[in-house]
Design a protein around this ligand. Structure first.
Ligand SMILES: CSC[C@H]1O[C@H](OP(=O)(O)O)[C@H](O)[C@@H]1O
Length: 349
């Protein structure tokens, strides 16, 4: 299995996704601040992976604390959570994970827990999130794999694979499951400028799995669809609003419009930790603006002239009307999503 991230006695170990595919190297974060740094610099990226990384960051902060009790640890706990919450604004999984740790800590504090118990329970909660994420990817993969065609081209954008999760992947989990179900899928992977998660990470994952994959420039999707090469699209998500609008890597909205224009099913696959019922529509999802150097440079070489304006939103929002289905570990949702999301949320309570 791809070791996106793992807990070790020294700290949290990450495969360095900024160096893939040509170099497989690892970074060990020994403090919660270093976990925050690897999230900001995208050594680790992908909504579910970011959430679980932050959970392990809280666990690391607790492990290193010299407080004698939960009560005395409280101000330090709040500082750790604030630092991790300040890393990236769009993926709701980050805040879902931190809130889950906050609920656990509030309960431990109310019971007067010792610091030893706090350390043990917070680390156990991070491990639980890790295991739950992989299980969710496999369950949603099976649901989604059934929706994909028996053969033909499936397009994906960015990397919603094992590297974006604790393992198996969301959109790539759907593709892996379809292949495991015997379907003859050929994946078309958008390179996904400017960070090239598709060309670098999706291609690396699927090639290693022996799944036929073609990397395309982002501007090639339309003509491939018109040529009949694409039979379905499946992407991940960073935040799904209560009405089914969702934020995902920049360029996803383009693909959604193209898919609708060509009558191609467009699927969004995400664990329930990506669903944000507190955000009513996609217009309210915060969109991260990243460093301009991701656009102006490639491989350390400057592409653009000095002084030109640069735009680098890391995500865009796809309105629910373009979404054929939302695939989760709790099942497949269809429009109207405001109702189907609410029903599925209530069924789980
Ligand atoms: C399975 S969620 C993956 C999701 O996260 C990516 O963003 P980033 O690489 O900036 O963390 C992208 O939106 C993927 O679809």
């Amino acid at each position: 299995m791809i070791p996106t991230l793992s807990w070790t006695p020294e700290g949290v170990r990450f495969i360095d996704q900024t160096r893939l595919p040509l170099e497989e190297s690892y970074v060990v974060a020994t403090t919660y601040e270093q976990v925050a740094d690897v999230i900001v610099t995208m050594v680790v990226r992908g909504a579910p992976a970011i959430g679980v990384s932050a959970a392990y960051g809280v666990a690391l902060g607790a492990q290193h604390s010299e407080s004698e009790s939960a009560e005395r640890f409280a101000p330090e706990f709040d500082k750790i959570c604030a630092r991790l919450a300040g890393t990236r604004p769009t993926a709701v999984n980050l805040f879902w994970a931190i809130d889950r740790m906050k609920k656990l800590f509030a309960d431990l504090r109310s019971k007067g827990a010792s610091m030893a118990e706090v350390k043990e329970r917070i680390l156990a909660e991070a491990h639980a999130m890790y295991d739950e994420d992989i299980a969710a990817c496999k369950t949603m993969g099976a649901f989604g794999g059934a929706l994909l065609p028996d053969e033909g081209g499936v397009l994906t954008h960015c990397n919603a694979g094992a590297l974006a999760t604790c393992g198996y992947g969301t959109a790539l989990g759907v593709i892996r499951s379809a292949v495991e179900q015997g379907k003859q899928i050929h994946v078309y992977a958008d390179e996904t400028r400017p960070f090239l998660q598709g060309a670098r990470l999706t291609a690396w994952e699927l090639t290693a799995d022996g799944i036929p994959t073609t990397v395309i420039c982002d501007n090639m999707a339309a003509s491939l669809m018109r040529a009949g090469k694409i039979k379905a699209v499946v992407v991940g998500a960073d935040r799904i609003a209560a009405n089914g609008d969702f934020a995902n890597k920049i360029g996803t909205y383009n693909v959604a419009i193209l898919a609708k224009e060509h009558g191609i099913p467009f699927y969004c696959a995400a664990p329930w930790s990506t669903i944000d019922m507190e955000t009513s529509t996609g217009d309210a999802i915060p969109i991260e603006e990243r460093n301009q150097v991701e656009v102006t440079h490639h491989g350390g070489k400057q592409l653009t002239p000095h002084g030109v304006g640069i735009c680098n939103p890391a995500f865009d929002v796809t309105p629910a009307k373009y979404v054929s289905a939302i695939i989760t570990e709790r099942g497949v949702l269809r429009a109207p999503y405001a109702e189907s999301l609410r029903e599925m949320e209530m069924a789980a309570q």
